[in-house]
Ligand binder design. Sequence first.
Ligand SMILES: Cc1cc2nc3c(=O)[nH]c(=O)nc-3n(C[C@H](O)[C@H](O)[C@H](O)COP(=O)(O)O)c2cc1C
Length: 326
Amino acid sequence: MKSFKIGNIRIKNPVFLAPMVDVTDLAYRMLCRKWIGMAYTEMLYVDAILHDTENRKFPAPSTSIKEVAGNSKTKRLMKTCKEDKPVGLQITGNSLKELKKFSKLKLLKNYNLVDINCGCPSSRITGNLAGSYLLNNPNKIAEMIKILKKDNTVTAKIRLGFRKNNVLKVAKLIEKSGASALTIHARLAKDRYDAPADWKWIKKIKKEIGIPIIGNGDISSGEDVEKMLDICDGAMVARASIGNPLIFREIQRYLKTGKEKEIRKEDRINEFKKYLKFAKRYKLIDLGRIKFLGGNFLRGFEGAGSMRKGLMKLKTLDEFERFLEE
Ligand SMILES: Cc1cc2nc3c(=O)[nH]c(=O)nc-3n(C[C@H](O)[C@H](O)[C@H](O)COP(=O)(O)O)c2cc1C
């Protein structure tokens, strides 16, 4: 297994779980942990984190995350624990002033690194000049890295460009500004998922810059991971892992043996049960999220469609648990 370092963090397994809104909370990350080398929170707005902090409902700058009780959504999504390592806190935003305040928060010590999202194409985010919009202003990304790196290990996740491909320029500037690694989702923001990911850019950038490169886009099997690891340091999986944490077990099997096994219906249902257990343990119960994820756990086997229909009618955690037992 290829291992490498991001800053001082030893990455023992080059297979990464991608940050995903509505998916990669602590409970989900813990389901995948055994088979992955790195995971991230979902993308959070710097303002949302600061807002909670300033209201002192959520961690005052000197508060450790363990001491934090309460229920704001941001707070729940920031939860981590000592087994959830290494982990990155993924953020986005546009205000350098806020980022300066954010970078001093003591609670950042609960994460191994801060990852800047420069790839989200959603208009809700780009309308606030954050996410993939940042690719239009590489100097802003550079400033953000310089602010954060004073107190943290910093990485960035980018696409090939916003409307036009400027990935080489952006990647070089990100390295020069002091980021410790770079994840490349090999599509333009304007393409969302319509065009196939163009891995030749990942290969090109790997040749041009020295920091570790994590390749992302359209990985859905062990074979894909192996091909990605031929051209860069890490392979990040997003959509293919939604409701399917066992894909990581099969990727590991493939990397060791050259073969994958089919994931059985019982195993998929079992993983869904485990997710509920973790969500309860970490007080992360969110029925909307459970339904969305549940619809993805219950796929790829005979009878999955009718199970999904049944799932959509459920209203309480008890009902979900009974449904899965039956
Ligand atoms: C439901 C969903 C939520 C996502 N949320 C995030 C996010 O919070 N941060 C981020 O950097 N990318 C996010 N992405 C993008 C993925 O991390 C990844 O870059 C993209 O899906 C391409 O990888 P894939 O082809 O393996 O899906 C999200 C993708 C999906 C499908």
